[in-house]
Design a protein around this ligand. Structure first.
Ligand SMILES: [Zn+2]
Length: 388
């Protein structure tokens, strides 16, 4: 028996663990802007193992889905300012359907687009297990060396720094050998991070330059259940942060945990909600979301507390996160007519407001001043990428 050992449960794996095994968790993950959410959405009740594994297999499964990847990238473009923005995300166009020279049988060539029309061709191992991840398994990208070939576009000249920084930032912390396909008069390319091509690379560079400006076909792999585990995780953590321990002991939390740890052969958990695929309700999608940001709306109804997650009016999901029998009258009071959190990761801001106030902002002349200020800077430089 170890003395002074204080054991408590991790909200995700529900295992009893020692104090030293816990680390800080954002209930709303950082890639959605959760770092700027109110402090009560941060918790120390997640073990390090879950923090690491769920980041890779649940958060990344969601964030690296093709549609989510594009929607979040578009959010960054919404707030682009040529004076202050140093980098923008590349957008994944999918796996190139043309045969690239010297490609090994277990490799693919992924095609990405930069902000000014730059093209990146990334030769990397084909990840059969995480097939729908744009960019593949983020952990193995740090371990194994891959190669990325970069073609400037005519428009890159407009902002060479943005172009090069974007490329560098995209492969930061990864073992990627970078090659420039475009001929330039830059003397020492190694100074800006490019490697000297060998014969394989030279063949590929010639090939990629020859197809550079032609129409290319790429295919996108999708996993229609990419969002299920993530929604279960988000539901559990938000519900826990709002109402505490009692949530975890309830049978609905067990179902949420089943959803979070779901494997193909498991029985389907008994959860309530919708995925992005079957939410064709245009009105709801547009009213409960905001351009350039991620919106989380919480509302109480007969069955309990529901959450609506919305990315920039393009994608949305609803889930029952806390069944009504758990909710005390204080809990119900806390949520009131509903709550809204507007997360703008790219400008490091979160606006918290009552749900009716937000709906009024969206549908009437009654505006939220703080939000109007954000809206004023949206798309201010939209034409930057058009006018050349
Ligand atoms: Zn855990």
């Amino acid at each position: 028996m170890v003395e002074n050992m204080t054991l408590r449960r991790c909200i995700y794996c529900y295992k009893l663990k020692d104090e030293s095994e816990f680390s800080l968790e954002h209930a709303i993950p950082r890639f959605l802007g959760g770092a700027f959410s109110p402090d009560y959405f941060k918790t120390n009740d997640v073990c390090k193992t879950c923090n690491r594994n769920l980041g890779l297999f649940v958060d990344a499964a969601f964030a690296k889905d093709y549609l989510v990847n594009h929607a979040l990238a578009d959010n960054s473009y919404t707030f682009f300012n040529p004076q202050t923005t140093k980098t923008l995300p590349l957008k994944c166009m999918g796996k190139l359907d043309i045969e690239v020279p010297h490609l090994e049988i277990d490799e693919i060539c992924e095609w990405w687009l930069g902000p000014l029309g730059e093209q990146v061709f990334w030769v990397r191992p084909n990840d059969k297990r995480l097939y729908w991840y744009a960019g593949g398994n983020p952990t193995s990208a740090k371990q194994f060396q891959t190669k990325a070939y970069y073609i400037f576009s005519e428009r890159s000249k407009k902002n060479i720094a943005l172009s090069v920084n974007t490329f560098r930032q995209s492969f930061k912390k990864q073992k990627v050998k970078k090659f420039l396909c475009t001929k330039t008069d830059i003397h020492d390319l190694s100074k800006i991070g490019f490697s000297e091509p060998d014969t394989t690379d030279s063949d590929r560079i010639d090939f990629l330059n020859s197809i550079g400006s032609t129409k290319k076909k790429a295919s996108v792999s999708m996993n229609i259940k990419f969002d299920h585990r993530f929604l279960a995780k988000l539901s559990l953590s938000i519900s826990y942060c709002l109402f505490g321990k009692k949530v975890l002991e309830h049978e609905y939390a067990h179902e949420l945990r089943k959803g979070l740890w779901y494997k193909k052969t498991d029985p389907v958990p008994n959860l309530f909600g919708t995925t992005n695929l079957n939410t064709n309700d245009k009105f709801l999608k547009e009213v409960l979301g905001i351009k350039g940001g991620v919106t989380i709306c919480l509302m109480i109804h007969k069955e309990g507390l529901s959450m609506n997650l919305n990315i920039s009016e393009k994608m949305h999901w609803t889930a029952l996160i806390t069944p009504s029998e758990i909710l005390s009258s204080e809990d119900i009071q806390k949520i009131g007519d509903g709550k809204t959190y507007l997360l703008f990761r790219d400008i490091q801001q979160c606006i918290s407001t009552k749900l009716p106030t937000f709906i009024a902002h969206k549908t009437s002349p009654m505006k939220i001043r703080e939000l109007s200020k954000v809206e004023q800077i949206m798309d201010k430089n939209k034409n930057y990428f058009k006018d050349l």
